[in-house]
Design a binder for this molecule. Sequence first.
Ligand SMILES: [Fe+2]
Ligand SMILES: [Fe+2]
Length: 267
Amino acid sequence: MAEFDFGGDTLDLESPEDRALLRFVLSQALFGEATGVYCGKSLYAAHNLEAARFYLRQARQELAHLELFAEIFRALDMTPQPAHWVIKLLSAHNNYYPLKVFMEHAVGEGMVLDIFRDVLVKTLPDDHPRMAEIKKKLAVVCREEEEHVAWGEKETKRLVAASPWLRHPFYGLLELQLMVAPMVTRALGKRAATHKVLRHLPRFVDHVRARVWAQGQELGFVPRVRPALPYRVFAMTWGVFLFIRSQFSRSTSTLEKTYITELGFPS
Ligand SMILES: [Fe+2]
Ligand SMILES: [Fe+2]
């Protein structure tokens, strides 16, 4: 899918309003990276050596991202503020593996990547003296987030193929996530209509929704044509039940039972 275009409109880092806006966005990113470090918790539940390798690598990368964002704050002479409650809710760790790879990695980190790559990188003005080094840091973060999304997509595809019933709750949860997305623009109110960068936001939300929809089709649980309302309600209800159920799921370890075959020895 084509990248989103802000038409060259960038934030003004001399304006207090734009600095407050950027501080808000960066503060959410910093919190997200801090919770990202706890993906290390998934190491305990890793079902094979490949998953263990991935989570070890991801935890290291998220810790590095946390520090990179701290350096970006310092380069811009800003201090972080606490995260918004929605971000706190969305970044909560999920112990149920199918929902973790689908909601956190494929869709969640996919949207994070949209914001880092399409919003932050494109709307930060190049005329700031530290911008070249800031964008270099963001490029590193984006490259690694792409790896996390790719893992989520690969695992989601595998799980949907192995348990086709997952298509229903996954589809329902995707519908719900896409319903919530436009609320972000509504929350910004009237300011969004006139601000040089924010006025692009409704179009950006549509862009993200279209991309996530296409991603769901590629992953095998979004039908070619949007289903009628009764199926959507059925799928959303199942999705909500699965999500609630996932909140009570406990991690179970497998590697201490499978390590001999995982290492290629006969069992
Ligand atoms: Fe990250
Ligand atoms: Fe990540």
